[in-house]
Design a protein around this ligand. Structure first.
Ligand code: ASC
Length: 151
């Protein structure tokens, strides 16, 4: 109950973000904090799926679905916060995000495509499907971090 309410609230927030993505950050620091917070949430919820896929915690289809539902929403959030002027400050974001922006967008698109497959995978209730999809999504995380996140 509680979880599905959270998911609905997050879904509404995504809608509002989509509408106001351009104007929502008063200062570059606010954008940096926002994208770091959403990437942290992505890591938390994807991490729970990864632990199940790796057999570190028991597979539970309902828990997988709940975490995937949150991940599907929060994984849409960081990208609007990489605007012009947000390259300086307390950030590991590399200059290539802006100098090779098409590649950065491509990396986001790969994540989005694999996240759609992850959503389908958790609905089958089979841990084998989760393993495949988690591996593919994790690959897109790593690919983007390797190219665009400083050590
Ligand atoms: C995670 C997490 C990442 C990715 C990455 C996948 O759970 O926090 O940054 O997966 O490690 O390679």
């Amino acid at each position: 109950m509680k979880n599905s309410r959270i998911v609905r609230v997050l879904a509404l927030m995504t809608l509002m973000v989509a509408v106001s993505a351009q104007a929502q950050f008063a200062k570059p620091e606010a954008a940096i904090k926002y994208r770091q917070a959403s990437l942290t949430l992505m890591g938390t919820h994807f991490g729970r799926l990864a632990e199940m896929a790796q057999g570190k915690v028991p597979f539970d289809a309902k828990v997988a679905q709940d975490n995937e539902a949150v991940f599907a929403v929060v994984s849409k959030l960081p990208w609007a916060a990489f605007g012009e002027g947000t390259d300086k400050g307390e950030t590991k974001a590399k200059a290539e995000i802006w100098s090779e922006n098409a590649k950065f967008k491509e990396a986001q698109d790969k994540l989005m495509a694999e996240t759609v497959k992850l959503s389908a995978a958790v609905k089958t209730g089979k841990v084998e499907d989760l393993k495949v999809a988690v591996g593919a999504v994790g690959g897109t995380c790593k690919n983007c971090h390797d190219q665009f996140r400083a050590k």
